[in-house]
Design a protein around this ligand. Sequence first.
Ligand code: C5P
Length: 253
Amino acid sequence: MAELVVALDVNEEKKLEFFLDALKGKPVWIKLGLEALSAFGYGAIGRAREKGFKVFADVKYHDIPNTVGAASRVVTRAGAMMFNVHCSGGAAMCAAARKESEEEAKRLGAMRPIVLGVTVLTSIGSEDLVAMGFAGGPLETAEKLAATGKAGGLDGVVCSVHEAASIKSKLGKSFYALTPAIRPAGADVQDQKRIATPAAAVKAGADFLVVGRPITGASDPAAACDKILEEMDSAVQQLTRLNSIISSGHSGV
Ligand code: C5P
């Protein structure tokens, strides 16, 4: 069952508190990324955890394995239940993130965080990849990067909805796909390029759907969040009905 991750890309204290209070009690993860963590420090992870949220620290580490490994220990200590690195840092760097975070969690007697790898940013299109010297398009590049992450022991990847099904079919159903660039029908696309609706993401098999501005920019963020949760829920129900029709057909009923 896919889970909703709300991206709180804010840098003002009162906004962070406002959104944490507005979303309190909802079955969502909170994503704190570069903007929020730069503004508030890793203490913000603990603050969101105290309010009852699971927290995804979207730190996107990319450095030599030793440095990423050490930073992975820090973000684990801060209370992140999920964090990420760039797959393009290589399998050894991904392995350091996985190993060091696991060891740190063990030392603390906590559950190890889920470690994901960023494949191709959803703001990057085919023409950008060509300009940067990549030989393949977004799907081929994302698949190669995902395989690198998996070789390093990562739990899954950050990818667009358009790549999720293919990556999962190649690397395994239990290999997580966290998909940003989710836009409910009719919502402003902003700087995202390879977008999809919440229902399409669920149907593509995404495990985590990241939604930021369609919720944080809404006049009523709690209501916007509920609407997306409802859309996800009805997509899950449709899928369940479809699967039961298929399986009853197979059993000859
Ligand atoms: O506001 P919006 O829904 O576009 O927010 C998407 C969030 O997901 C942002 O915090 C962005 O940093 C993050 N993200 C992304 N594309 C990726 C990885 C992370 O948009 N490939």
